[in-house]
Ligand binder design. Structure first.
Ligand code: HEC
Length: 121
């Protein structure tokens, strides 16, 4: 629900014709996504690392004693690994919602993950 709400907000902001440009540290020099201007600033250090430890790394840490079959090489121990896998993280956690196995990600964390993947990497 909160993701839908945030999408509506993004659409509303775009409809108002608000446009912003800026350098940012993302991979695009184009307009800043309005999602990045909501006042949350989840970075790897302040939020991302904790998210992956909490929800993913029991299976996805490189040194996990039991990966439960998690794909070899898909680990989220570092910023660069998370950045490398960002499109798949978005696909599995936000779109198909079949990761983590068993689910359980709080709505608030799904919302922050969307912001993190859009603005914080
Ligand atoms: C209980 C163990 C477990 C947890 C926790 C878990 N995964 Fe996985 N993950 C797997 C398994 C097993 C596979 C391989 C099978 C598959 O792809 O469905 C996998 C594969 C993946 C892949 C590679 C396949 C692809 O679609 O590109 C990604 C990316 C991924 N997981 C993301 C995540 C993220 C992000 C989290 C945390 C939000 C997470 N997983 C939590 C077990 C887990």
């Amino acid at each position: 629900m909160r993701i839908e709400a945030s999408i509506s907000l993004v659409v509303a902001v775009l409809a108002l014709g608000v446009s912003c440009t800026g350098a940012g540290d993302g991979d695009s020099a184009a307009a800043v996504d309005p999602l990045c201007e909501e006042g949350f600033d989840p970075t790897w250090q302040t939020w991302g690392k904790g998210f992956f430890v909490t929800y993913c790394n029991s299976c996805h840490a490189a040194d996990s004693p039991n990966r439960f079959g998690a794909t070899e090489g898909v680990s989220f121990d570092t910023y660069s690994e998370a950045a490398q896998w960002a499109p798949r993280v978005r696909a599995r956690v936000l779109e198909s919602q079949d990761m983590p196995l068993g689910g359980g990600v709080k709505d608030e964390d799904l919302y922050l993950l969307d912001i993190f993947l859009t603005c914080g990497l």
